[in-house]
Ligand binder design. Structure first.
Ligand code: R1P
Ligand code: URA
Length: 292
């Protein structure tokens, strides 16, 4: 029996667009670039030869256009994995649910999704300016734990090794971390030989969850030191950002291909930051446009 989605579960606006994104099914390309900052959407779209639609609602700004003959949708997600839950579910609905009948389409339409973001580097080989492509993500956000099938797509031995290493128990820093791989073919194509292939922690905040202490002390003052030293099967944790785990996790469950590439704008190890990155992130944008 075909799955039917009631109007309370999949909310469709009167104009036929999906609830939060305000995007209509015919506007979605198979190749999707996700950015955090709505201002970065125009930067990506400035490279398009033509634009076929442009729509904005809350932090979600979307443009679909063509780059060197490839049809691409660029969309902003705002900050955090909670927003990725909205964006991924609504993009997947636009691709794989018939908005007239409210039924799942018989054939999966697979999307290719690349997030372009900024991050904090955690290793000596990830200084400011490095491009890191997330081969694995560790989700501190807990989002994937709400979906059945979570254990079938996550790297459970890696999760156990990480939790043992951190020594977190009870509700100390209780993120119930999940570890998820990005799509390997997509990583090879996007990262090539000029990006670090890393393990990214997607944190549920910019300060405490990334070990930044301002006026109030952290639950685990040694958090970042332990994270920087963690090693498992040759993997080391390279960077902090705030969305890659939910993107990789939901894509994996939905049957899409996804990865995240970020430019390091702060190195936490040597306590250095670059606030002028807005001028240089265009190099990363052009690499992704060429390779997606
Ligand atoms: C925090 O400053 C934000 O920057 C990073 C984090 O993931 C978080 O969203 O990515 P973006 O530059 O894509 O927003
Ligand atoms: N984005 C993050 O989430 N963390 C950083 O340190 C820099 C950018």
């Amino acid at each position: 029996m075909k799955k039917y989605f009631a109007s309370s579960e999949l909310i469709i606006n009167e104009d036929g667009s999906v609830f939060h994104l305000h995007v209509k099914p015919e506007w979605l390309a198979d190749k999707v670039i996700l950015v955090g900052d709505p201002g970065r959407v125009a930067m990506v779209a400035s490279h398009f030869e033509n634009k076929e639609c442009e729509v904005e609602s809350r932090e979600f700004k979307t443009i679909t256009g063509t780059y060197q003959g490839k049809r691409i949708t660029v969309i902003s997600t705002g900050i955090g994995c909670d927003n990725i839950d909205i964006v991924m579910n609504e993009l997947d609905a636009l691709a794989n649910i018939d908005f007239q009948t409210r039924e799942e389409k018989p054939q999966l339409r697979q999307l290719e999704l690349v997030r372009i973001g900024t991050c904090g580097g955690l290793q000596p080989y990830t200084p400011v300016g490095t491009f890191v492509c997330s081969a694995k993500s560790i989700g501190f956000d807990g989002l994937l734990n709400f979906y059945a099938g979570r254990n079938s797509v996550c790297d459970l031995p890696f999760e156990r090794a990480f939790l043992n290493h951190m020594g977190w128990a009870g509700n100390m820093c209780a993120p119930a971390p999940y570890v998820i791989d990005a799509d390997t073919e997509l990583i090879d194509r996007i990262a090539q030989d000029d990006m670090v292939r890393g393990v990214t922690i997607a944190a549920g905040g910019f300060f405490g969850p990334q070990g930044r202490e301002l006026r109030i002390p952290l639950a685990d003052p040694n958090q970042n030191e332990k994270i920087e030293k963690f090693e498992y099967n040759g993997y080391r944790i390279t960077n902090f950002e705030m969305e890659s785990s939910a993107l990789a996790g939901l894509s994996s469950l939905m049957g899409h291909k996804a990865t995240t590439v970020c430019m390091v704008i702060a190195n936490r190890l040597i306590k250095e930051a670059n606030t002028g990155y807005k001028n240089t992130i265009d190099t990363l944008i052009r690499k992704v446009l060429d390779r997606i």
